[in-house]
Write a protein that binds this ligand. Structure first.
Ligand SMILES: [Zn+2]
Length: 136
């Protein structure tokens, strides 16, 4: 069974084939990687972060900032790339962010913390994204 890279899986079983078990748990089951363990927590490399599930462009390195929360944080997303969904799990009122193209879980978005002038923190799992470094 082969999957065309440009074609989105239609079932969770097809996603399971394409992703590693860790990626599947985060992207398709809304898991959260442990803080400070992700490969992009401190990354400053210029480039564009893509959805690890479908390859859509999600975040730019220009919008990444040091939040010291243990996960990659961005104060903005590429317009239209992520969708926000109210999340009341764990007894907290949070807003989940998902890839607008393939509906995979990315993390949560928080406002009003005062980290940057945009006052928004997209808190993203490294396992949900993949950096494509800028060509120089
Ligand atoms: Zn996606």
């Amino acid at each position: 069974m082969s999957l065309d890279e440009n074609e989105l899986p239609r079932t969770e079983d097809e996603w399971r084939i394409r992703l590693t078990p860790e990626e599947f748990r985060v992207l398709r089951e809304a898991g959260t990687e442990r803080p400070w363990t992700g490969e992009y927590v401190d990354t400053k490399t210029p480039g564009v972060y893509h959805c690890r599930a479908c390859g859509a462009e999600l975040f730019r390195s220009d919008d990444k900032f040091d939040s010291h929360c243990g996960w990659p944080s961005f104060d903005d997303a590429i317009p239209g790339a992520v969708k926000e969904i109210p999340d009341h799990t764990l007894g907290m009122a949070r807003v989940e962010i998902r890839c607008a193209r393939c509906d995979s879980h990315l993390g949560h978005v928080f406002e009003g913390e005062g980290f940057t002038p945009k006052d928004t923190r997209h808190c993203v799992n490294s396992l949900s994204i993949r950096l494509e470094p800028k060509q120089v």
